[in-house]
Ligand binder design. Structure first.
Ligand SMILES: [Zn+2]
Ligand SMILES: [Zn+2]
Length: 230
């Protein structure tokens, strides 16, 4: 189903929900430091390769992405504008659900994925008036998508790279995996939580203590957490 975009967009065409999702996924995967190829999108959006091929054809025709000969996908200026608008709305919906309705931080991402497409410019303005400006969502992720290199420049480190014995604060977590977020919540790992790196274990896990309890984290979970020195 096609949903009309707000009039703030440079693009006045009808943009379908899935188109916005593609554009946002490209912008986010880029920010995670990935080279975006069709396989990246198929993985990020849990869609088949033929579906990606079909979508890319339409997005290219509409001037929203360009695909290089080697398969590398890039957003055009217009495509990036739509991706950024959708990300702003995603953040606002997450904040609305958390700050106004008191939903748990690990529950709001999927809800925002669905609702972000229905936000008009007028509603977006109301949300900003009500919630105020803030650079990060309840998962600690910035409105301006930052690459791993940019995050490091700002003094953030991945939990996998953290110093043994040092104290840190959870700055942000990867939010596209609900099961992972529920696991983090259960272990007390949430944005703003304080933790100490106890040991880098021989089996590749990392022992940390959070709220006076110790846990061992495997790489898959540890590399989803950005820390700042506390
Ligand atoms: Zn989210
Ligand atoms: Zn978020």
């Amino acid at each position: 189903m096609a949903i009309a975009e707000g009039n703030t967009n440079a693009c006045k065409k009808m943009i379908t929900v899935s188109k916005e999702n593609y554009l946002k996924a490209i912008a986010e995967a880029e920010a995670e430091g990935q080279t975006v190829i069709p396989a990246t999108l198929s993985h990020w959006l849990s869609v088949t390769r033929p579906a990606v091929t079909f979508a890319l054809k339409r997005l290219t025709k509409d001037g929203l992405v360009s695909v290089k000969k080697d398969g590398h996908i890039q957003l055009t200026t217009q495509g990036r504008q739509i991706a950024e608008r959708t990300i702003v709305r995603h953040h606002l919906i997450e904040r609305m659900l958390s700050e106004i309705f008191g939903m748990a931080w690990y529950e709001i991402h999927e809800e925002a994925e669905r609702l972000e497409h229905a936000v008009s410019s007028a509603f977006e303005k109301k949300l900003v008036e009500k919630l105020g400006q803030k650079d990060v969502c309840p998962h600690g992720n910035g409105l301006a998508l930052r690459s791993p290199a940019e995050r490091r420049k700002r003094g953030l480190v991945l939990l996998t790279e953290a110093e043994v014995g040092a104290k840190y604060k959870v700055a942000s977590v990867y939010e596209r995996d609900r099961k992972l977020l529920e696991f983090f919540e259960k272990e007390g790992i949430r944005p703003g939580a304080h933790l100490i790196i106890e040991a880098q274990n021989y089996d590749g896990t990392i022992s940390i203590s959070v709220d006076k309890h110790q846990i061992r984290l495997g790489n898959t979970a540890a590399e989803r957490i950005w820390l700042s020195k506390s």
